[in-house]
Design a protein around this ligand. Structure first.
Ligand SMILES: C[S@@+](CC[C@H](N)C(=O)[O-])C[C@H]1O[C@@H](n2cnc3c(N)ncnc32)[C@H](O)[C@@H]1O
Length: 210
């Protein structure tokens, strides 16, 4: 697997260790439920999660929308995906998991109603993010939604002070300088709304033009 495509969450920082550290750092159930609530989901939709990790987003979506949603997740890390599969089985939720990079997706054009990514863009390079946006647009149906949930220029908050050292060293320029709307527009994805979920994490919701 090509680790130059992003930070690789292997055995030490992947799987159940990832969930443990994520919860301590404020990415526990409450955060994933907030993401699920913001997404414009309807029964029967097919959803793709880019950099899905242990697929906490997909599981929260599935629970929030009473399971009538098809969840697909892509991640670089086998450790993350193996644990996602365990969580899916435990919670009785069908997850379709694929190992690969978000900038080269193994899906046909127009396959999904919604593509989401949660704190995974900040773990990749600028080049991969641009490729991922292009791919998201390709695999979305017309009028489908694309949600980028990622670290953003902080607004005042205690959690910013705690988390700043973690994000300072990441490749976050497009997110912090709010360049995604421009890059998305070049790929027919139009910004509909943006909401801060935490003082340093923003959800930007785009819609694909038909
Ligand atoms: C901080 S975790 C976020 C996981 C999950 N989305 C969440 O919200 O808990 C970042 C994830 O992105 C994955 N990742 C990094 N670069 C990637 C790439 N180019 N393609 C797919 N996944 C990638 C990592 O393996 C890791 O699981």
């Amino acid at each position: 697997m090509n680790h130059t495509k992003g930070n690789y969450f292997g055995w030490l920082f992947g799987g159940k260790h990832y969930d443990f550290f994520a919860t301590i750092l404020g990415f526990g159930n409450a955060y994933y439920n907030q993401v699920a609530e913001i997404l414009p989901l309807e029964n029967g939709m097919s959803v793709l999660d880019l950099g899905c990790g242990t697929e906490s987003v997909g599981i929260a979506i599935s629970r929030y929308h009473r399971r009538d949603v098809e969840i697909h997740g892509v991640d670089l890390s086998g450790t993350q995906l193996d644990y996602a599969a365990v969580k899916g089985t435990r919670s009785g939720i069908d997850l379709n998991l694929y190992r690969g990079s978000m900038d080269l997706l193994p899906f046909n054009d127009g396959s999904f109603d919604l593509v989401v990514t949660s704190v995974a863009f900040c773990e990749t390079t600028s080049e991969v993010r641009k490729g991922a946006i292009m791919e998201a647009s390709r695999v979305l149906k017309d009028k489908g939604f694309f949600a980028i949930v990622d670290c953003a220029k902080p607004i005042l908050g205690l959690d910013t002070v705690m988390m700043l050292p973690f994000f300072m060293f990441k490749e976050t320029a497009e997110s912090w300088n709010n360049h995604y709307p421009e890059i998305c527009r070049e790929n027919d994805l139009i910004l509909e709304k943006e909401v801060y979920i935490k003082s340093y994490v923003k959800c930007q919701l785009f819609r694909k033009a038909d």
